[in-house]
Write a protein that binds this ligand. Structure first.
Ligand code: SF4
Length: 499
């Protein structure tokens, strides 16, 4: 059977016109179109990359397998159908949307007739959410994030040990200059395909983001995610410090902790030390805004920890008292003894506190960048699945239809539409593409019982058996390690009585 590639007009000089997206390229023989996804091979329009079919029983041998690296070609050999999953990677796109999706494939899974509808969706409404594990100041909330000087997103909330960035979205892709749209598309594509991207943040840092790798902030690779905020660090280690030092300050941009005043210190019976902190006292032993945010101690701007202290209370403090100051990652630590004027003097750190610093470091997880691709599949793309699109949306909400992205599990947002998010490291590498409209191209699969597909108005006359796919350019690739198999029992209750 011929692959369901887009219809193509052919000119007298053998140029073919691709109609897989609104750009409608005329492609000369031997060349590819503007997106490099389609090419003209001897006057025939072909999808350049092989179509990826996951085979569960193949040995993985590595966590992520680039889909253009052939594990094996498939010529339709007999493999149990439940061990094969047809992804949308390399499947192609149909345009305009009322045409059926490129592949609508039926198979039997545990005795139940299933169908998987796959397409490489073109997403103008898409972006990535990036979680950067760091305490360092990347930039003010709402600051513009740039790639190649163009605005591609903004800084959003700081989370527990991480800074979130929101990149892309329809406004950057389509609402700014042509260059802004092109650069945004390029940055999203690279991030989604697991490549490093350098970003600069207005009034902030320069950062290199790469999914699954440590962020590089102002040229310095981040090593650790903090063990907790300053208050939490006090809570975790208070008992281990008790009796070994008189006072501990855990320096943190958000919540700096002070042992003697903190609930943990009170419960342990630690005596007041007369310490006086700068910043705004929240609750006992917890201080906000002790310094400006920055790339110094605990995500503050300070390089001298004593700069966040006022003079000790003379009526409480006494010469010889000891003070341990440490950051939330253990990256910075110092030990002081009060002199006769109650001034802290840095002194060599006792071994027991050195070990405590190492314990803090040991409890920090490696700092990583996480990239989640987010896109809206609740629009016209649904017409390639069914003639009555809202039924697909309802079917997804009712968990009768499972949505996957390149075979990877996705999170579908509650509420209207089919807005999904996927961890890009869960897909085979280079699974994303683009078209110069500009928009991202992402694989998306809808899997449901064949009966349910018929009931929701599916394109039943385009359903083909899985076994017929062996005669087109497809690759058998192992699933990404750790992914739930798309037919696994969790999720939709196929074959267990639901109709
Ligand atoms: S950009 Fe790609 S998909 Fe769009 S018409 Fe050109 S070759 Fe086809």
């Amino acid at each position: 059977m011929k692959d369901p590639q887009p219809a193509a007009e052919t000119s007298a000089d053998l140029k073919v016109r691709c109609d897989a997206c609104p750009v409608a390229c005329w492609i000369r023989p031997g060349l590819s179109g503007a997106c490099d996804r389609y090419a003209n091979r001897d006057g025939e329009l072909i999808r350049v990359d092989p179509h990826v079919i996951l085979e569960r029983t193949l040995d993985n041998g590595g966590r992520v397998v680039p889909f253009n690296q052939r594990k094996s070609e498939w010529a339709g050999e007999i493999v149990p159908e439940e061990e094969l999953f047809v992804t949308a990677i390399g499947a192609g796109t149909t345009y305009p949307d009322y045409k059926p999706a490129p592949f609508i494939v039926s198979s039997q899974v545990d005795g139940v007739d299933m169908v998987t509808v796959v397409t490489e969706g073109i997403f103008s409404y898409c972006g990535v959410k990036v979680k950067v594990d760091t305490d360092r100041f990347l930039g003010p909330e709402q600051a513009t994030v740039r790639a190649q000087g163009e605005a591609v997103g903004h800084v959003t909330t700081g989370e527990y040990g991480s800074q979130m960035l929101s990149l892309g979205g329809v406004h950057h892709l389509t609402g700014g200059s042509k260059k802004e749209g092109r650069v945004t598309c390029e940055a999203l594509l690279d991030l989604s395909n697991g490549k490093p991207v350098e970003l600069t943040i207005d009034d902030g840092s320069t950062i290199i983001v790469e999914a699954g790798k440590a962020p590089i902030i102002n040229g310095v690779p981040e090593e650790r995610m903090r063990v907790g905020c300053g208050s939490a660090t006090i809570g975790i280690f208070a008992k281990q410090w008790f009796g070994k030092v008189d006072e501990v300050v855990v320096v943190d941009d958000h919540i700096t902790g002070v042992l003697s005043e903190h609930a943990s210190g009170k419960v342990l019976g630690i005596a007041p030390t007369g310490i006086k902190m700068r910043g705004r006292r929240s609750t006992p032993g917890r201080y906000f805004q002790v310094a400006d945010p920055g790339t110094g101690w605990g995500g503050t701007s300070i390089t001298d920890p004593l700069s966040i202290l006022d003079p000790f209370d003379k009526t409480v403090a006494r010469p010889g008292m000891t003070l341990f100051m440490v950051s939330t990652t253990g990256e910075h630590a110092a030990y002081f003894v009060l002199d006769e004027n109650l001034k802290p003097v840095e002194t060599e750190m006792p071994e027991v506190l050195r070990a405590s610093t190492e314990r803090i470091k040991e409890n920090c997880e490696p700092a990583l960048c996480t990239v989640l691709f987010i896109a809206g599949a609740g629009g016209s793309l649904r017409a390639g699945v069914t003639e009555n699109p809202v039924r697909l949306t309802r079917s997804v909400k009712d968990t009768l239809t499972r949505v996957t992205c390149g075979g990877a599990p996705v999170y579908v947002w509650p509420g209207g539409g089919i807005t999904f998010m996927v961890d890009v490291t869960r897909l085979p590498a280079n699974a994303f593409g683009y078209v110069p409209t500009p928009a991202l191209v992402a694989p998306i699969e809808f899997t449901l019982k064949l009966d349910d597909y018929a009931a929701l108005g599916g394109h039943m006359d385009h359903v083909r058996r899985l076994g017929t796919l062996g005669d087109h350019d497809s690759n058998l690739v192992p699933p990404v390690e750790g992914n739930v198999w798309p037919y696994a029992a969790e999720g939709p209750s196929w074959g267990r009585g639901r109709s």
